[in-house]
Design a protein around this ligand. Structure first.
Ligand SMILES: Nc1nc2c(ncn2[C@@H]2O[C@H](COP(=O)(O)OP(=O)(O)OP(=O)(O)O)[C@@H](O)[C@H]2O)c(=O)[nH]1
Ligand SMILES: [Mg+2]
Length: 510
């Protein structure tokens, strides 16, 4: 999305500039200081800073709509007069003092100067920038909004987009009744990263990779460390080595067949490429594991609303995953409807309603014991008439009636398809990684019966059985699109085969 395009430019193209040494940045500050002298007040920079002064008094904030014009002027001036290396937020302090005649704006200006300098000296990474900007902020008070407005201005965010972002976040804090920074800090960072569309950006990779690494710690303890021991215990690739490797893969819940197939491929490649030592085999193993995950994703043109049907046995994480996905969709500005076609438990409907409210999605339910297909039918109708972008349908892992779960899912598919040809566009099977080999039976059952075309693997954080991801991917040729690494919103992560393979094998980030 176009939001914060300046940031992307800054973080990618402008990276070298940001990496300036402290000395260089300071030298630049010194060079700038003459601009601040009263005799040069007529210079374009001074004029620009005057406008900025005005903007300072009216930070981009939901509560101060009258500041919008001035803030816009500030942003426009900043982008018009500054090269990527110049910091639009740095103001000459003496200028500010002379304009206001009071010491308070001077203090503010100095503070922002310090912040701006710190930003330029920091790594071009969102988490690092946020740490600087939030220094001294403890709660959701004026200081927070001022600092966030400052950050958004520093990133040349168009005023209306900055305002929308802040309004949205302010609303969320109110809905959630969050007050202390420690309660919402990760959420804030997550929202910024999402809004910036930064998840694939190099600068955010380290952070995401370490999250993945810690999430997979237990799996790696079994798989990666076992692998390291195997590699260390052999100096050549003999029969013993291959047999132990096979065993290791099977023990790591990869499944017998996929394990044998992987070892067979590795043997072949080692022979072809003249690799004779375990060390030399590692890069090949990494490539092969990555290749297993690289199932092409089906990309179909979608006539909105896009309908996403969530299936899976009970307790795997369908409802929480819907909330997380819906949240991502909301952050991308989509209009979202969630339907509670899980009518098995009253608590399930309530749970989903609470989530929907929190993330700003609409909700449709009929209550406990209702016909799930009827809920889906009505929701489809509402989504079509209401111009929704996405409809998520939550289903139960169990049913009240004696009818078969698979028949019920089939009925849901039929009714939405009848109302909206092509729907459901995505049927996502949620699998709990802690169930290990059971995941394979579940995948087979749902794939045969309800046309699954995507998998989300949850609870990887609490299990040593993460190797099951390999088993599922290699046996069913279904793309794993997201993985769950915890219960929080930001713990649902897009699945990256390369990173996952490396984290699984116990590698550092590259
Ligand atoms: N640790 C961890 N817990 C998770 C993850 N995903 C979901 N959970 C937890 O798993 C539990 C069950 O999640 P639900 O979303 O209610 O599961 P469900 O599939 O909707 O369950 P039913 O509606 O009963 O079929 C909840 O306590 C979630 O917080 C994850 O990735 N990691
Ligand atoms: Mg549920």
């Amino acid at each position: 999305m176009g939001f914060f395009s300046a940031v992307k430019k800054f973080f990618s193209g402008g990276g070298a500039e940001v990496e300036k040494t402290v000395e260089a940045a300071k030298a630049e500050e010194l060079q700038k200081s003459p601009v601040a002298t009263p005799s040069e007040e007529e210079s374009p920079q001074a004029a620009a800073s005057e406008e900025r002064d005005a903007a300072e008094e009216a930070p981009v904030s939901a509560e101060e709509p009258e500041g919008s014009e001035r803030a816009t002027a500030h942003v426009e001036t900043a982008s018009a007069t500054c090269s990527p290396g110049d910091d639009p937020t740095v103001e000459p302090s003496s200028k500010t003092a002379s304009a206001s005649g009071s010491s308070e704006p001077l203090a503010r200006s100095e503070e922002e100067e310090t912040l701006a300098l710190a930003l330029r000296q920091a790594e071009p990474r969102l988490s690092a920038w946020l740490a600087i900007v939030l220094d001294g902020v403890e709660e959701a008070d004026d200081l927070l909004w001022k600092r966030l407005a400052f950050l958004l201005r520093a990133l040349e965010t168009p005023d209306d987009e900055a305002r929308a972002f802040l309004d949205d976040f302010r609303g969320w804090l109110e809905r959630m009744d969050y007050h202390w920074l420690e309660d919402f800090r990760s959420e804030l960072q997550y929202r910024l990263a999402l809004a910036l569309d930064m998840e694939d950006e190099e600068d955010e990779r380290d952070r995401l990779f370490s999250k993945l690494q810690s999430g997979l710690a237990r799996t790696r303890a079994r798989f990666g460390q076992g692998l390291a021991a195997l590699m260390a215990g052999h100096s050549e690739l003999n029969q013993n080595f291959w047999e132990e490797m096979e065993e290791l893969f099977i023990m790591a819940d990869m499944g017998a067949e996929p394990s044998l197939a992987l070892v067979r491929r590795l043997k072949e490649r080692a022979r072809e490429e003249g690799v004779t030592t375990p060390d030399g085999l590692m890069p090949l193993l990494e490539q092969e594991v990555e290749a297993i995950f690289k199932t092409p994703r089906r990309i179909a043109a979608v006539n909105p609303p896009e309908v996403i049907l969530m299936v899976g046995v009970n307790g795997v994480g369908k409802t929480t995953t819907i909330a997380k996905l819906a949240y991502r969709a909301r952050m991308q500005g989509k209009k979202v409807l969630i339907a509670a076609a899980d009518t098995f438990r009253a608590a399930a409907v309530e749970q989903l309603e609470v989530w929907a409210k929190r993330i700003g999605a609409d909700f449709h339910a009929k209550g406990m014991g209702a016909d799930p297909a009827a809920v889906a039918f009505e929701a489809m109708d509402i989504a079509l008439r209401g111009g929704y972008d996405v409809l998520f349908i939550d289903t139960a892992g169990r049913l009240h009636t004696k009818s078969n779960l698979m028949d019920e899912l089939h009925k849901i598919r039929m009714v939405v398809e009848r109302k909206h040809p092509g729907a459901p566009h995505r049927t996502i099977l949620v699998i709990d990684a802690t169930t290990g080999q059971n995941a394979l039976q579940q995948t087979k059952m749902f794939k045969d019966a309800s046309g699954v075309n995507e998998i989300i693997l949850t609870k990887l954080d609490g299990t040593a059985k993460g190797g099951v991801a390999l088993a599922v991917a290699s046996q069913f040729e279904l793309p794993i699109t997201f993985i769950g690494l915890g219960e929080k919103m930001e713990d649902l992560r897009p699945f990256d085969p390369h990173d996952f393979a490396r984290a699984l094998l116990g590698k550092e980030n590259d």
